[in-house]
Design a protein around this ligand. Sequence first.
Ligand code: HXC
Length: 450
Amino acid sequence: MRKKLERLAELRRASEQGGGEARTKAQHERGKLSARERLDLVLDEGSFVELDRFVTGRGAARAAGFGDGEQFLGDGVVTGWGTIHCRLVYVFSQDFTVYGGSLSEAHAAKIVKLQDMALKNGAPVLGLNDSGGARIQEGVVSLGGYADIFLRNTLASGVVPQVSVVLGPCAGGAVYSPAITDFVYMVRGVSYMFVTGPNVVKTVTHEDIDMEGLGGADVHATRSGVAHFAHDSEPECLAAVLELFEFIPQNNVELPPVWETDDPYDRQDEGLLDVVPDNPNKPYDMHEVIGRVVDDGRFYEVHAGFAANLIVGFCHLGGHAVGIVANQPAVLAGVLDIDSAVNGARFVRFCDAFHIPLLVLEDVPGFLPGVGQEHGGIIRHGAKLLYALAEATVPKITVITRKAYGGAYDVMNSKHIRGDINLAWPTAEIAVMGPKGAVEVEVLFRKEVA
Ligand code: HXC
């Protein structure tokens, strides 16, 4: 018995070594944390229960005649469950020191087991991704492993929350799984996401670009919209993940947690009277309205750097989690365009799936006109936001702060698409188009103008 226990302790120590000292040192030198250090930061202290820590690769690489087929306990991913804010969460953390965190058959099976448990027990899945994609030496079994994960990502979508943190150079399959999940976090100078890296791009399209320019955190948080959040360091990023969990429920049959606050639910704020300018063409920052309305002024903005003409994010109202969808008059006058519609639609669908009521703050002059938008499919994409808001059955309140014009009036949670209540501020203007616009495009008063 004693001997067996000693052997077990030895194995446990070995499993904590990942791909060995040199590779762990290299990981730290790149300014990155190890897979286990990340888990320590994100889970409640002492709550982690590890699964499958002694699993090794199934020898496919060796069988295929690649290298010496070196084996590492855990096979490049640490999996298990723990708690965040005392609530159960299933988590995996890929270990870049083992074959670049690449996904082998055994590595995939560990993640799949976790996904199945999360679905069965109704708890979120948090993935800490640091992976070079499919393990090249294993060939089709690693591709199959990805497909197994993608299927479970899809089946879990809207059933349990799925959160992805990208913490390394993630390529190929390592980016498609996060893309199916609900929220993607990245860290500047650490995280990269691309289907194929700079070398392949150079060979195929002759474009010269580095990792940061092709798929860095800022690129994905501001241009592609792949990432919902970009942070400056891993600890800051993981702290932001913890904050997200204050707003989301465990699954689609439970309510989000109620967050205690001293901010009275019936607080009145006279300052709101001065936020919206009398001049209908003068911009203002909708964040100011949001900050004055939500509990403790705390707004957890999603996609803050992308499609900024439509603000989306979480807050608490009277302690209850609420999703805010708000036009932003300070950016493009708050028009709806392709990116904002797609963005808004996805956020609304998340809230609808997880019992998070919606507050729509409306100040919208319409959809953005232009050849680029029409040819880019504003009709197809705008319809997604319309569909999402019409379909949503969570409580839905609209407050029209200023303009509610045209098709955008209908789309932004009008009563006709099951908005529960529409409130108009004294500054509200509800119309097919503004008076100036109607005359300028020569629809009204044509004769008089002539
Ligand atoms: C096996 C891999 C690997 C992989 C990296 N390694 N990626 N081993 N399979 N996919 C190993 C390296 O051999 C190396 O081993 C260690 O991990 C670290 O890799 P480096 O290249 O030294 O690190 P770095 O310079 O930081 O570059 C990281 C990287 C690069 C950008 C991820 O390694 C890379 O381009 N890898 C290949 C990416 C890729 O094409 N993956 C397949 C995508 S296809 P040692 O022993 O030296 O430590 C795919 C299919 C699914 O995923 C598609 C579904 C839609």
